[in-house]
Design a protein around this ligand. Structure first.
Ligand code: 5GP
Ligand code: ZN
Length: 137
């Protein structure tokens, strides 16, 4: 990953990179990584992709995910550190590219039923472009 994630090419694209050996064929986001399910990508590199949420909850609602299948954020291991840092760096770069870095944004990991987690491939929500209520719903 370069020093600064390059989000200059934000044209809508569908992932075409081949799936990795760790992909789960039953996982929706693995299928998005593989390009088998279309998505509107705003960023990609060798490890991470970011694409617009299908059901946006704010003017900017982007999901940042690792290419490799990781079920969730509930069992992080020390070795996951670089991947998690890369995801956060990409989220910040996308926020800047979307013009919401100064107005503010929220990064969200949903874990389990009370948080409404519905997809079990690690993903970081980037939400912004409007005032976001607190406490969240
Ligand atoms: P979770 O609720 O698991 O934290 O977030 C899953 C997110 O994935 C939801 O915000 C949902 O709208 C989004 N999502 C589900 N299926 C698709 C899809 O096929 N394409 C895209 N772009 N987003 C999806
Ligand atoms: Zn997956």
């Amino acid at each position: 990953m370069p020093d600064e994630p390059d989000v200059s090419d934000t044209t809508a694209t569908t992932a075409t990179t081949a799936t990795t050996a760790t992909a789960d064929p039953n996982c929706l986001f693995c299928r998005i990584v593989a390009g088998n399910v279309p998505s509107t990508q705003v960023y990609h590199d060798d490890d991470v992709i970011a694409f617009r949420d299908r059901n946006p909850q704010a003017p900017t609602h982007v999901l940042v995910i690792p290419r490799r299948h990781v079920a969730g954020i509930n069992a992080p291991e020390a070795a996951d550190g670089p991947m998690l840092a890369a995801m956060v760096r990409v989220a910040n770069a996308v926020a800047r590219a979307e013009g919401i870095a100064k107005s503010g944004f929220r990064l969200v990991w949903n874990v389990g039923p009370d948080a409404g987690q519905s997809v079990f491939h690690l993903h970081l929500h980037l939400l912004g472009g409007r005032p976001l209520g607190w406490p969240p719903g």
